[in-house]
Design a protein around this ligand. Structure first.
Ligand code: ARG
Length: 605
């Protein structure tokens, strides 16, 4: 079954390249396209024979009906008949009397299907009774996700923000779909700069104010070490000697290194907790973790002739990797000075994730510029037999976040962005917005929800654009309560909470059957029924922006429903109860959807 069936009504736009290639899809029990597709498939088989089983019915949203099947046009060529006749034959064999109120053929042979109010009502009511809200449980895979990966004694930058937020949302979504996610925070905690960093830490003392900089302003600590390294030859010598000791596993050196990494962890964890992401110390699997495997990686490659010595370095030359003038570009696995590089460690990550973690699918949520690096690593691992064909590796490419000048993101004072500063700024703007919009709310509530709104705004701005495209960060717009923003969605959910407060009942108590009568109810139900297939699509295509876009359209559908269909003031008790149930279902979908994006839903705002 093709993941493309999941696209509907522009909620999900454009074909998804990743979705097309994946393994077998899971379908949602309520999504109209997922329910109709097998029926059309059965009709095609009945009309044209078993050899046409499994043909994609090419269901599309349409202006003329809820869904349009375009399969007759492509099938016509294969069976040698006119598309219109093919469509008629399919329709004659089609049994959808329980689903559709009309089936019509238009144009050259499009099959237009309109869902019946009875089926929509039943599907919405069943969805409300389903604790998973139609989100399928997929066949369990082991999925290591490499994301966040900041560097010790370095500031986290906007790129790290994005991999953290996207990776976290993918982790939540895949877990919710039933997979075993293993978070792998591949921090940069090893390499030559550590000689200089350790010496500097020894000079200033582990409990000094300078050392504390590592917890709050790591770049300054790094710069101070660097300045000494560049200006003081004796210090530079000590630093070089320290690298040798570190690599040799000298115990006192390792103890200081550990302290350095520990101080950096404090910094990372402050940001993770401010950003409200799921990463913990238990997810750290940094570069240093692979130290004792690097020599074996090199030996194995060399013994098997996959790597060769070139200019003193151990290199892998892979077919297809050439630079200017056709010069081959190697993956260097051991430098001429004997040191190992970023690529060697990443080869070890592949081995570890396949052999130790038993991964079925490995995600690398990393900046787009590292695509060549990753492909060389994977191709080398394939050549070495460390990456079997049935293990899927994916580079979830992360695009740039830009400032308003479309250049690198900077703070208002012109310095390179500090992530903590951005979070603080967003929370400050959020507090201002909520103070202006809801001066009637208790001070304590406003103080509590401001960071949920600020962080929600940052995350949504990031997750609502495709992860591989760049976007311009605009704080004022992101934190606005109107438009395609996180706070708008949070506000939509809070508004539904307030309907229930006014009704004097808990949303969970609204369990009446849902009856679809008005057009606005129909549109809202059509949107709601897409939730399960949208979440499944995010898991398959690894594109959280599809869920973000879906939630935005859902919130808009709710807004027009609420405008056109009185809920508490409905004349008829059954209608009121149905609309309350519809509101409660919308609330659950919004809350669950936002949670998968890593965004909280305050009950009041
Ligand atoms: N630490 C690297 C950086 O800041 C990212 C590491 C990504 N993960 C990996 N397995 N290479 O750019």
């Amino acid at each position: 079954i093709s993941g493309r069936w999941n696209q509907y009504h522009g909620l999900v736009t454009g074909p998804s390249p990743a979705a097309v290639s994946g393994s077998s899809r899971t379908v949602s029990p309520f999504a109209p396209a997922d329910v109709l597709a097998p029926r059309i498939g059965a009709a095609i088989e009945a009309a044209f024979g078993a050899e046409y089983a499994g043909v994609d019915p090419l269901l599309r949203p349409s202006q003329f009906a809820d869904l349009q099947a375009n399969v007759a046009l492509s099938l016509a060529k294969k069976v040698g008949a006119k598309p219109r006749d093919v469509a008629e034959k399919i329709v004659a064999a089609l049994d959808v009397s329980d689903l559709a109120s009309s089936v019509e053929i238009s144009g050259p042979g499009f099959i237009n299907l309109t869902l019946s109010p009875g089926w929509l009502s039943g599907a919405a009511t069943s969805m409300a009774g389903d604790e998973r809200l139609g989100v399928p449980r997929q066949e369990r895979q082991i999925v290591p996700i490499d994301y966040s990966a900041p560097n010790v004694a370095k500031e986290m930058h906007a790129g790290h923000l994005r991999t953290t937020v996207v990776g976290d949302s993918l982790a939540r979504t895949l877990e919710h779909l039933g997979h075993q996610v293993i978070r792998q925070n591949h921090i940069g905690d090893w390499g030559t700069p550590f000689g200089m960093l350790i010496e500097h830490l020894l000079d200033v003392g582990e409990t000094s104010d300078e050392a504390t900089l590592l917890e709050v302003d790591p770049n300054s600590f790094y710069q101070h070490a660097r300045e000494k390294f560049d200006s003081d030859p004796a210090f530079a010598d000590r630093a070089r000697g320290r690298v040798v000791k570190l690599q040799a596993g000298d115990a006192p050196t390792l103890a200081v290194w550990n302290r350095l990494v520990g101080l950096s962890k404090v910094y990372f964890n402050r940001i993770y907790s401010a950003l409200d992401v799921t990463l913990t110390d238990g997810d750290l699997a940094g570069e240093s973790m692979y130290n004792d495997q690097l020599q074996a990686v090199c030996d194995e490659l060399e013994d098997r002739g996959i790597a060769v010595i070139s200019d003193g370095a151990l290199c892998v030359f892979l077919p297809g990797y050439t630079g200017r003038e056709g010069k081959p570009v190697p993956l260097i696995v051991r430098k001429s000075d004997g040191g190992y590089g970023y690529g060697t460690t990443d080869l070890a990550t592949v081995k570890y994730r396949v052999q130790q973690l038993h991964a079925n699918r490995i995600l690398y949520v990393i900046g787009s510029p590292q695509s060549l690096h990753l492909n060389m690593v994977w191709d080398t691992a394939r050549a070495a037999g460390w990456l079997p064909d049935d293990v899927e590796v994916v580079h979830v490419q992360i695009g740039n976040v830009l400032g308003s000048d479309r250049k690198m993101l900077r703070t208002r004072s012109g310095n390179p962005l500090r992530l903590m500063g951005l979070v603080d700024e967003a929370n400050t703007v959020a507090r201002k917005v909520i103070d202006e919009a809801r001066p009637d709310l208790d001070e304590a509530i406003r103080a509590e929800i401001a960071p949920q709104i600020g962080v929600g705004a940052i995350k949504y701005a990031d997750l609502s654009v495709a992860h591989d495209t760049e976007y311009v960060l605009d704080l004022e717009r992101m934190v606005s309560l109107t438009g395609n923003t996180g706070p708008y969605l949070q506000y939509a959910a809070a508004r539904i909470h307030s309907i229930f407060r006014n009704a004097g009942m808990a949303p969970d108590a609204a369990t009446a059957p849902i009856v679809v009568a008005e057009a606005a109810e129909r549109d809202l139900v059509l949107a709601l029924l897409q939730f399960g297939s949208t979440v499944a699509l995010v898991g398959d295509a690894l594109e959280p922006h599809r869920l973000a876009g879906y939630l935005f359209e859902l919130a808009q559908a709710f807004s027009s429903f609420y405008e056109k269909c009185p809920v508490l003031k409905a004349d008829d008790a059954a209608v009121r109860d149905s609309r309350l149930a519809l509101s409660a279902l919308t609330l659950r979908v919004l809350t669950q959807g936002l949670e998968l994006l890593g965004i909280r839903s305050p009950e009041r705002m």
